[in-house]
Design a protein around this ligand. Sequence first.
Ligand code: HPA
Length: 274
Amino acid sequence: MNSFKPSDYQEAAAYLKSKIPFQPEVFIILGSGLGFLADELEEAIAIPYGEIPHFKVSTAPGHKGRLVAGKLSGKYVLAMQGRIHLYEGNTPESTAFPVRVASLLGAKSAIITAATGGVNTNYSVGDLTLLSDHINFTHTSPMVGFDVSDFDVRFFDMSSTYDKSYRALAKTVGSEKGIALHEGVYFYMPGPQYETPAEIRAIRTLGGDVVGMSVVHEAVMARRCDMRILGVALVTNMAAGILDQPLSEQEVLDEGQKAAKKFSELIRAFVEKM
Ligand code: HPA
């Protein structure tokens, strides 16, 4: 249930405006093991979440928990170095709070990235997937209880959540750089436990290609704020039951590091051309 007032978002945005001397064009959310990209920004200004009014802090491993504003490929961006998850005990509204704040700061686009388990058996560990859509299996929304007067309508369209032309551009960039990209559906599970093999079989039947514990609430809020979204998932492990081995948190972080070069190349070239 939404507990934020419109003034809470304004307060957080005003605080960030006082710290950041430019308007970010692109908001980037960096998933588990992918936070390194924020360290590559020029003219960087880092602000810990704990300093920002109404922000929750990150407690997940591999999530530094700070906003980094700076320049990437010649454009001003705002990056979340670590995100805020439901499984940390946060509400859907808290997980999506930074997205609306970034929109108030002027960001018109969001690049939402995540570590995921590969459900589609044609995928392999280390592959990158552009998100074509998502399935929300948490059955919650950051918009529940939102003050309708704060937005124009309550019911809003989600039929093209992940921008088609952004996906096409990312594919072009991928082929120029020799980076193979799948296109697939993100399946949102609440976590924090990984899924069971039976759950993964069900997810496959329901149409999921990759599974993870984030992305969707952020994407819902970004669409509500009329932001265009590119979703990028790294397959850090094959989902439960596909390989005869247990899943581990360390594997997720290690794969992020291994994919660092191609992930960074893809995002940099995409931001340059968007
Ligand atoms: N399941 C859910 N979330 C994940 C996984 C997974 O297998 N891998 C990385 N994040």
